[in-house]
Structure formats: structure tokens, C-alpha cells
Ligand binder design. Structure first.
Ligand code: FAD
Length: 434
């Protein structure tokens, strides 16, 4: 039984792990102190690329092009960087058991990794239709997208099924980005989702109307208000059709399912305190157990701005929580203190020529402004969310970097609004005047 010991272990080799490694080096790390253990076979990379540039028919993004920290304009950490800094990248290694009492992480082959300090950064996993017993959901060419291996399989299928038919199940981030990516690859795309409009967790009806119109103009068919209840396949086990609850049957050579994810915390069940489906932390990402921290998708942390414990499954928080946790660990070692995490939620997405950003909280009344006509040559529009007389969230499609900074500022400062009609008229000018 092989046993190794490290001062710091990061479990998971995704976005948060990479940004944490960079922060450790910045704040002072000795060779051999840090290990990153990851199920994936590659060094940390910017995961959002998998549903965007990775799927381009020409000039597709490939590693090493999008290793962290390029996604935030930082240095690209190639595998050699970890070696140079004396960081052990233990790749292709899945931890199947965590024993917090003995500070041990264990693989299926019974390798044991001991730590003094653990950072849990295991991210999320996709929800599978087979989890709900959807008939035929294990057919070939039904894809989910979380890791680079998933993306490689999808790319192979896109190449094998040229000009074929694709069905996207789910109308969230993955559904919208993948719908666009497959269309760009010249597949005949149909999207299916049960809600009255796409991305209902963030989009208002007005925002969604633009994207649905835009997608329809690109030739994407959208089927709403129903769900996939079964899949047909041929003698080879390849999917041939998606059966819908409303009785319709959609032919399919490729199916991509994006119906949500869940944080990967099973290894720690019963060993750390949980909240809202994640591992409960404080503003320094400390869990209920000393020397055990949790960051990124798995952490349910105090969102100071809203005075509430929240979990955020977005890349910006993965990066920032990773930096915060390393600062917290290092300062505690030196007996110093740092400020609590004070996060402004920030989400974004890109598809076709579109690009939106959202900052803040999407609660309260909404005001749509600008040109959200999907047939416009240069559509540009946004939405303000207003709660208790203050603007608390802002969405903007096709903003310039400067305009995106302005809306972030509004969400942070939460300026009061007296006159909603005036706000609608002013649109983006309101943000410029804050
Ligand atoms: P991850 O980056 O998921 O990393 C977790 C790592 O832990 C993985 O390497 C995994 O293999 C490893 N791991 C898990 N369990 C074990 C184990 N038991 N043993 C060993 N290793 C393990 N967010 C945005 O804000 N904008 C976007 O446009 C956007 N696009 C996205 C597109 C896709 C396709 C996906 C999947 C996500 C996207 N996200 C986006 C979300 C964003 O990527 C995540 O919020 C972010 O990656 C979370 O970082 P993390 O480090 O917590 O987890």
C-alpha cells in the first residue's frame, strides 16, 4: 500500500485547482509541498472553452492553448510550470475514499495521499437521464459535457455524423451553447426543454425571446413545454430518435444532454457540514473541520453582499474562491488575517456572435432596455433587476468591455431607482451615470 504525504493537497484538478496553485506560488511555496490530485489526465484548464472554442469546426481551441490562467488574461500554466515550481500533478487518479479523521485520500488501487491541509475542489458532475431511468438513455452518441474526454467524444461524433441531425435536451447554458456549436458544425439542430423559455433561472421572458428568435433565425428548431422520455437506437446501439412526452419523435444522430449538474461532495458525506447541497464554508472557505477547505462549485459560502449562504457554479467564482482560500491559508500560517470573501456574482456566456454578461442578483422586478429584436443587424439590450427600490442585478448582451464594467459597478453599488419608466428610457445611460 503506497503512501505519500504533502503539506497541501488540492483534490480536483479543474479551474479552482489551477488558480489556487498560481496563488500558492505567488505567496511562497517550497518544492514538494503541494500536490494536485485529478481524475482528469490533463493539467488544469479553462473548462468553459469545452462548450465554445473547443467545438469550432475550424481553428478549434486545443490544449495546451487554454490551460489556466488564460481565461482571465493571466499566465498560461503549462504542465512544465508545475514541475518547475515543485508542484506534483497527480493526474488520471480518482480518489474513491476520503477519511478526514486520518487526513487521508485513497484511490481504488489503495494508494494513500496524506495531507496537513486539504482543499476540496472537486467541482460538479452532470445529471444523467439514465439517473431517472429514461428508457434507452445509454444508447451510443448521447453525450454530456463536463470534462475534456466528454468533449473529445463529442468532437469525434460531430466528425462521424457530418450534416446529420442533432437534438439538444435542455435549454440552459449547455443547451444554448451546444445548440449553437452544433449548428455551426452544420448539423440540423433541434432543442427541447420543458420550460416556457430558455435559461429560466436567469433569463426573463423578454431576454429569452431574443435568444429564441435569434436561434430560430439561424435555423435551430425549438420545442418547448415537453421532455425527452425515451431514446430509440439501431442494431449497433447508436441513437436514432428521441421520444418526447407529448408524443412527438425527433430523429437524431447525436444527442447532447444538458439538464444540470450537482456538486461532487459524496466523498465527504457525513464528515463535513453541508448546506444548500454543497459543503458549508465561511468567508475564508474553511469547512466545519480544521485544515479542510472547499472552493469553487462545491462550496456553499457566505455571499456577503446579500447576507446569505450561496453556492455559485461559475468560473469567475472558482477562480476567485481559489485565490481567497490560498490567501487565507497562508495568512493563517503567518498569524495574519485577511478580509472575508466579498463576491459579486458574475456569469457570462457566448454563442454564435452573441456574448452576454450578468452581474449581481436576479431578484425583484425587471426592466428591459435597448434593442432586443433578433433580426437587428446589431442587437444590443439589457435588463435591470430592481428590489426594494434598488438595482441589484444587470444583464447586458453585446456590451463593450467598458460597458460591462459599468454594469458590474451598478450591481455592486445597488443605486436607488425612483422612476422605473425613466430607467427603461435611460437604459445603459443609467449605468454610465453611476
Ligand atoms: P472543475 O473545474 O469542474 O474541476 C473539478 C475537478 O475535480 C475535475 O478535474 C474533476 O475531474 C476532479 N475530480 C472530481 N472528483 C474527483 C475525485 N474523486 N478524484 C480526483 N479528481 C476528482 N461558467 C461560467 O461562468 N461561464 C461559462 O461560460 C461556463 N461554461 C462552462 C462550460 C462547460 C462545458 C462546463 C462543464 C462548465 C462551464 N462553466 C461556465 C462552469 C465552470 O466551468 C465551473 O463553475 C468551474 O469549472 C468550477 O471550477 P471547480 O474547480 O470548482 O471545478
Amino acid at each position: 500500500m503506497a503512501e505519500r504525504h504533502f503539506k497541501y493537497v488540492i483534490l480536483g484538478g479543474g479551474v479552482a485547482a489551477g488558480y489556487a496553485a498560481r496563488e500558492f506560488v505567488k505567496l511562497g511555496l517550497k518544492a514538494g509541498e503541494l500536490a494536485i490530485i485529478s481524475k482528469e489526465a490533463v493539467a488544469p484548464y479553462e473548462r468553459p472553452a469545452l462548450s465554445k472554442g473547443y467545438l469550432f469546426p475550424q481553428g478549434a481551441a486545443r490544449l495546451p492553448g487554454f490551460h489556466v490562467c488564460v481565461g482571465s488574461g493571466g499566465e498560461r500554466l503549462l504542465p512544465e510550470w508545475y514541475t518547475e515550481k515543485g508542484i506534483e500533478l497527480i493526474l488520471g487518479t480518482e480518489i474513491v475514499k476520503a477519511d478526514i479523521a486520518s487526513k487521508s485520500l485513497i484511490t481504488a488501487a489503495n494508494e494513500i495521499f496524506k495531507y496537513d491541509t486539504l482543499i476540496i475542489a472537486t467541482g460538479s458532475t452532470v445529471i444523467r437521464l439514465s439517473d431517472f431511468g429514461v428508457e434507452g438513455a445509454n444508447a451510443n452518441n448521447i453525450f454530456y459535457l463536463r470534462e475534456i474526454d466528454d468533449a473529445d467524444k463529442l468532437v469525434a461524433a460531430i466528425n462521424a455524423k457530418k450534416d446529420g441531425k442533432a437534438v439538444i435536451v435542455g435549454g440552459g447554458y449547455i443547451g444554448l451553447e451546444l445548440g449553437a456549436a452544433l449548428k455551426i458544425n452544420n448539423l440540423d439542430v433541434t432543442m427541447v426543454y420543458p420550460e416556457p423559455w430558455c435559461m429560466p433561472r436567469l433569463f426573463t421572458a423578454g431576454i429569452a425571446a431574443f435568444y429564441e428568435g435569434y436561434y430560430a433565425n439561424k435555423g435551430i428548431k425549438i420545442v418547448k413545454g415537453t421532455v425527452a422520455v425515451g431514446f430509440d437506437s439501431d442494431a449497433n446501439g447508436d441513437v436514432t430518435a428521441v421520444r418526447l412526452k407529448d408524443g412527438r419523435v425527433l430523429e437524431a444522430d447525436i444527442v447532447v444532454v444538458g439538464v444540470g449538474g450537482r456538486p461532487l461532495i459524496t466523498l465527504f458525506k457525513g464528515q463535513v457540514e453541508e448546506e444548500k447541497g454543497g459543503i458549508k464554508t465561511d468567508g475564508f472557505f474553511r469547512t466545519s473541520i480544521p485544515d479542510v477547505y472547499a472552493v469553487g462549485d462545491v462550496a456553499t459560502f457566505p455571499l456577503k453582499l446579500y447576507n446569505e449562504q450561496r453556492r455559485v457554479e461559475h468560473v469567475d467564482h472558482a477562480r476567485k474562491s481559489a485565490e481567497q482560500v490560498v490567501k487565507a491559508i497562508k495568512s493563517a500560517e503567518e498569524g495574519a488575517s485577511i478580509e472575508e470573501y466579498d463576491y459579486l456574482p458574475y456569469f457570462y456566456s457566448r454563442a454564435f456572435d452573441l456574448s452576454w454578461q450578468f452581474y449581481g442578483d436576479n431578484v425583484g422586478d425587471t426592466v428591459l432596455f435597448g434593442d432586443n429584436d433578433p433580426t437587428s443587424v446589431k442587437p444590443k439590450f439589457g435588463t435591470y433587476w430592481i428590489k426594494d427600490g434598488k438595482v441589484v442585478g444587470v444583464f447586458l448582451e453585446s456590451g463593450t468591455p467598458e460597458e460591462n464594467k459599468l454594469i458590474a459597478n451598478v450591481a455592486k453599488l445597488q443605486p436607488p431607482v425612483q422612476d422605473i419608466e425613466q430607467l427603461e428610457k435611460e437604459g445603459l445611460a443609467f449605468a454610465s451615470n453611476i
